[in-house]
Design a protein around this ligand. Structure first.
Ligand code: GDP
Length: 140
């Protein structure tokens, strides 16, 4: 399987509970390398642009307000099959459905406040990485 990069976000519910290091340990234990990382505060405009694909969904307002409600840690994860591997480490969107040992099973608070975002396909990974990072900020 090819080496890939994927975009990860540690969401405000997790940064607020000081879980960045414990979540990063899950990525590293799964063989994912954190090749770029920064802590930022997304504006509402940032959140609306990043989640534009969801703008018709009933939870769009709640999701964007949540993502702009506190600091996030945006990251590029690299590894073999990194996109699917990261989705496996994250667990299902709703923590009630997330497999034991996954980030969302251990840390998420609800379907909305679910601690992490991860790209779902190669095309979205490339777009989402470029949304937050320039090439010189990613050091593999
Ligand atoms: P993901 O790829 O597993 O993150 O899930 P989706 O792409 O389906 O949804 C994107 C994000 O929207 C999720 O991670 C949640 O933070 C949020 N979300 C999804 N469903 C709901 C919902 O029913 N209510 C709320 N408030 N947020 C939701």
């Amino acid at each position: 399987m090819a080496t890939e990069r994927t975009l990860s976000i540690i969401k405000p519910d997790a940064t607020g509970r000081n879980l960045t290091g414990r979540i990063n340990a899950k990525f590293e234990e799964a063989g994912l390398r954190i090749v770029a990382q920064k802590r930022i505060r997304m504006s509402m405009a940032d959140a609306e642009a990043f989640y534009a694909v969801h703008k018709e969904r009933p939870f769009f307002g709640e999701l964007t307000a949540f993502m702009a409600s506190g600091p996030v840690v945006v990251q590029v994860l690299e590894g073999e099959g990194a996109i699917v591997k990261n989705r496996d480490v994250m667990g299902a969107t709703n923590p009630a459905d997330a497999a034991p040992g996954t980030i969302r099973a251990e840390f998420a608070q609800s379907v909305g406040e679910n601690s992490v975002h991860g790209s779902d396909a190669p095309e979205t990974a490339a777009e989402e990485i470029a949304f937050f990072f320039s090439g010189r900020e990613i050091v593999g």
